[in-house]
Design a protein around this ligand. Structure first.
Ligand code: SF4
Length: 299
């Protein structure tokens, strides 16, 4: 097949998958929301969860986005070095966003810095954001789509602490941020924490942490324990669904880490809202695809 034809097929596949991600939550998030609803005692918290599930059902029935804020779109690409369209993939992803913006439709969320003009097609300077990793010499790519809404982005931040602040310093930073800003992000939240030696590494790791499926754990048993303790503690804040109090404030806490400089300890924080719209798709060299995040979906 000619590469122009392949590019068109991949572009359409990605545009359709963006549409799915905006209208249907991934399976792990739906499962977690059901689980959290069952743990709530108060009628108010239960009613909030019921309204979320009504919202999901209406989005499916009416073929509309789950939330009016369809976010700024990011792609996290794990590429095999021999994927035939690797050099064209950035253009394919940008074009897929342009198509989905019209066809889904998606809200216009790309405002150019300094000019302060909305581009009206979700394409702007370095947006959609594409994060690249070459992971092997295979001929496939795996792509995470993430729709970062404004409210969910508000608690996002990163800081470099003195190492003497220790892991207690990380905990304090996350709790202070959640108390100040968590309510803006439409709880229950998926909390991503990056720990590294510089702010930019910690920040990107925190975003990657919220792309991990719920139920996965940090590979270091101490990291996994840290995640569990943070989840328990954040739930005890009692912020609850949509900030109206309840037993659970978070869907989970995920930590991603990188070795640090001996003299610095950086923390990044990213938050996913209850409408945590992400999706994982694997593209193959014969233009076929495999969707990993949404069972039973065909494009
Ligand atoms: S935080 Fe999430 S659910 Fe709330 S308005 Fe933003 S995108 Fe929508």
């Amino acid at each position: 097949m000619r590469s122009a034809e392949s590019m068109q097929i991949m572009t359409n596949t990605m545009a359709k998958f963006i549409d799915v991600v905006g209208k249907r939550l991934p399976d792990d998030i739906v499962g977690k929301l059901s689980e959290l609803r069952a743990t709530e005692d108060s009628p108010l918290a239960k009613a909030i969860y019921d309204s979320m599930f009504d919202n999901l059902a209406k989005a499916a029935e009416l073929d509309r986005p789950i939330c009016q804020d369809t976010g700024v779109i990011s792609f996290f690409v794990k590429a095999g070095a021999k994927f035939p369209l690797l050099a064209s993939l950035n253009g394919i992803l940008v074009e897929s966003v342009r198509i989905a913006t019209t066809d889904s439709p998606l809200r216009h969320n790309a405002v150019q810095i300094f000019d302060e003009v909305n581009t009206n097609d979700n394409i702007g300077e370095k947006i959609p954001y594409v994060h690249w990793e070459i992971v092997d010499d295979g001929d496939e790519v795996e792509i995470e789509i993430y729709m970062a809404g404004g409210g969910g982005s508000l608690p996002g931040r990163a800081i470099t602490l003195m190492p003497s602040a220790g892991y207690e310093g990380i905990v304090k930073y996350v709790f202070d941020t959640m108390v100040d800003w968590g309510i803006n992000a439409c709880p229950p939240l998926l909390i991503g924490i990056g720990i590294a030696g510089s702010a930019e590494i910690a920040a990107i790791l925190s975003k990657k942490a919220i792309l991990r499926p719920i139920g996965t754990a940090h590979p270091n048993p101490k990291g996994a324990e840290f995640e569990k303790l943070m989840e328990k503690g954040l739930n005890e804040l009692g912020i609850g669904p949509q900030g109206l109090t309840g037993n659970s404030t978070v869907m989970g806490v995920h930590v991603e880490s990188a070795a640090r400089h001996p003299s610095s300890l950086s923390v990044g924080l990213s938050v996913g809202c209850w409408a945590h719209r992400r999706g994982t798709i694997r593209l193959k060299k014969d233009n076929s695809y495999e969707i990993k995040s949404h069972a039973g979906v065909a494009l």
